[in-house]
Design a protein around this ligand. Structure first.
Ligand code: FAD
Length: 676
């Protein structure tokens, strides 16, 4: 008998029944699940007859993130989820730090997606389609019987077999019952009542009475809520998965995630503010969380998101002690879970190990100790490493200096090294996605090559950039900081695209300085073009580096022939660019006209990333041939010294972030005007 029809119970049943069949054994397996079954009629075709179907009412207190390792395992086990169960394929994973966020694309060959675990929120149109229902159906197909009942006790019979006591809750069969079984697997999780004290739980108390020495795992209170979103907002954040490891001085958050799904965004919070919260605080905490600057920026401005459901379940963050006795064992969350990640994968691993142990080794305590306990011990070790990993990550991301250094290191690596040798990017991916054990992650964190990349690409470059910002008077005001440098492979592709368009021949040599930046902006191409049209206007709010006077000397904004002059204190170093080509609605090409720079282009390229989101890319390629004239040559050296490549990186990063802010908040303003 299996108590609990969540992932651990279903995985156990599927594994046990399949393997038993393979070895020619017949097993009677009953899954007891307390959630009520609701019957409904499902149309088999639009016009055709409908067939009776069912689902279980209630919540499973889970964000439903399916990690890459679990996705692999499900495929291997022939449990590939049907499209309707999969909510959203994750395309990028973002870790938010106090300086900037680190966006990690999903590496080739890896998949992450989200599901609804149960039939909540109630407002969902297809509540009967969910992950747990799918797994239970699979278990049934393998031969498991499902009984709707609530188990409340277990005792040993005189023959030494467990007798499970439960209250049946179905139709005429309603009342107390008990059954003597050969083995009972407890897979009922840690949320009989969300957020309950495990010490006061009836089931744990019964197990402790029958199996001396058993101790439940350590749990921590979390806050989970579903925010209703309309189609437009859902589209804006589709494919994104966000993690933030910090809150604010008043809101102590250690871990948070936002997972967009079809009609909702699932938010999970952990931290001291949650540990201490009373149910009456939950709504306020969610509101405050959504108002945090780094969270606010993720969501479209001026949109108030309403929680459609919210609760504070336990999350397993430790390992149980002695989770088995003679013919009895616990599995899934009742035993252990990976720290803050991958609870469903942990359920799969513990349930599978238990099934194999019962089938191939034995059902007595000694057998379970020999073949089930080692896996739990392995989990326990990894939990310690996990605690250390998360402590380091939390300290880093909640500190503006440390998070800037780490961000910079990841960013430098991305701009200089091809994908397959990006050590830091891969490390961040594994931490965020759970795609490796915490032990191996910890070793990678302290590997000399990691330390070297953080020191050179992070610490050194940060110091240099801070100095550059100071010299050029660039201040980060009340607007978001976003990464704008692009990966080396994207740079190559984009450059080839530009070369083809402008007929640039590689053999003629490349410009002396070349760089490219991009930023994703929520807004329309027209609004971004409007801001780009201010390039050269005296009252523009971006691109104002100290000592460089950028202004329009001829023509009109975004019109062919418009000339922008770059004046520097040393007249000799000044130059101008002329708008030579406007590709309707998506590209502005300025070519260097005269002055210090000899040849080169400045391109603004706009591409709709997805409806309502535009990718603005800026390509800067200038040539500064060394003059023969000794005075000019001295000026050339002075310029190269004063404006090395990274100055452009710093100035353009600041400017593009400001443009993003202007476009996104301007939209808010215009909407405001429309309303009043
Ligand atoms: C806020 C939060 C977010 C999470 N997000 C993720 C995530 O994104 N990805 C991930 O992999 N993991 C996540 N987890 C962890 C994950 O939810 C659990 O690890 C996983 O659900 C464990 O499965 P289980 O089968 O052991 O327990 P459960 O999922 O809790 O299932 C237990 C089942 O037993 C039934 N039951 C309980 N008591 C009885 C009883 N007395 N009699 C009969 N039936 C009973 C319950 O109704 C339930 O169906 C999250 C956890 C929390 C708290």
């Amino acid at each position: 008998m299996v108590v609990g029809g969540g992932p651990a119970g279903a995985f156990f049943a599927i594994r046990m029944l399949r393997r038993a069949k393979r070895s020619g054994r017949t097993i009677e397996l009953i899954i007891v699940e307390k959630k009520k079954e609701l019957q409904f009629y499902e149309p088999t075709s639009l016009a055709g007859p409908s067939c009776p179907s069912s689902f279980r009412e209630g919540c499973n207190y889970c964000a439903g993130g399916i990690s890459p390792r679990l996705a692999d395992i499900l495929d291997d086990a022939g449990l590939t989820l049907p499209d309707e169960v999969m909510q959203g394929q994750v395309e990028s994973l973002t870790i938010h730090g106090d300086w900037k966020n680190i966006e990690l694309p999903i590496p080739p060959g890896r998949t992450m997606f989200s599901v609804f675990r149960g039939s909540r929120p109630r407002s969902r149109s297809d509540r009967h389609i969910n992950f747990d229902a799918y797994l239970l159906r699979k278990a049934e197909e393998e031969g498991a019987k499902i009984l709707t009942a609530e188990v409340h006790d277990v005792v040993y019979s005189e023959t030494g077999k467990p007798v499970v006591k439960f209250r049946v809750n179905r139709g005429e069969r309603n009342g107390e019952e008990s059954k003597e079984v050969d083995f009972v697997v407890f897979a009922s999780g840690v949320n009989q009542v969300p957020g309950m004290e495990l010490g006061q739980d009836r089931l744990f108390a019964a197990l402790q009475r029958e199996i001396p020495g058993i101790r439940p795992p350590k749990v921590r209170k979390s806050l989970i809520c579903e925010l209703a979103v309309d189609e437009e907002i859902a589209r804006l954040i589709e494919g994104e998965l966000h993690f933030a490891q910090y809150g604010s001085r008043d809101l102590k958050i250690e871990m948070s995630s936002l997972i967009p799904k079809a009609e909702v965004i699932t938010v999970v919070l952990l931290g001291r503010s949650i540990d201490r919260a009373a149910p009456s605080d939950y709504a306020r905490i969610i509101k405050e969380f959504l108002q945090l600057p780094h969270i606010r920026r993720l969501l479209p401005p001026k949109v108030d998101l309403d929680p459609v459901c919210m609760c504070s379940p336990n999350m397993t963050v430790g390992a149980a002690r002695k989770p088995f006795g003679h013919r009895i064992a616990m599995t899934g969350d009742m035993v252990v879970s990976r720290l803050y990640k991958d609870g469903i994968l942990s359920a799969y691993l513990t349930a599978s190990a238990l099934a194999d142990c019962i089938l191939y080794t034995g059902v007595d305590e000694a057998s379970l100790k020999r073949c089930y306990w080692p896996l739990i011990k392995q989990f326990r070790r990894d939990l310690w490493f996990g605690r250390f990993v998360f402590l380091l990550i939390r300290i880093t991301f909640s500190n503006p200096i440390l998070s800037r250094i780490l961000y910079q290191a990841v960013h430098t690596e991305r701009r200089t090294k091809p994908f397959h040798v990006r050590r830091l990017g891969y490390l961040m991916w594994r931490i965020a996605s759970g795609d490796d054990s915490y032990g191996r992650i910890l070793v990678s964190m302290f590997h000399p090559a990691t330390v070297e990349r953080i020191a050179v690409g992070g610490l050194f470059v940060t110091c240099r950039n801070v100095l550059t910002e100071f010299i050029f008077g660039l201040k980060w005001g009340d607007f978001g900081r976003f990464p704008t440098g692009i990966p080396v492979e994207v740079f190559e592709n984009k450059r080839r695209e530009f070369d083809d368009i402008f007929g640039i021949d590689e053999r003629e040599g490349r410009p002396d300085f070349e760089s490219m930046y991009s930023i994703r902006i929520r807004g329309t191409v027209e609004r971004i073009l409007h801001q780009l049209g201010k390039f050269g206007d005296r009252d523009r709010q971006y691109l104002h580096p100290r000592m460089v006077d950028v202004h329009r000397t001829a023509g009109k904004a975004n019109h062919l022939g418009s000339i922008i002059q770059y004046d520097l204190p040393l007249k000799l170093l000044s130059f101008s660019v002329v708008l030579e080509c406007v590709v309707e609605g998506h590209r502005l090409v300025y070519r260097v006209k005269d002055g210090f720079a000899k040849g080169g282009v400045l391109i603004f390229d706009l591409k709709e990333d997805r409806p309502g989101v535009v990718l603005l890319s800026t390509y800067v390629g200038f040539s500064f041939p060394r003059p023969r004239n000794p005075v000019k040559r001295a000026a050339w050296y002075a310029f190269r010294l004063a404006f090395p490549g990274f100055v452009h990186d710093v100035v353009w990063n600041h400017s593009l972030c400001k443009i993003k802010d202007l476009v996104e908040t301007e939209e808010e303003l215009s909407e405001h005007h429309q309303h009043f």
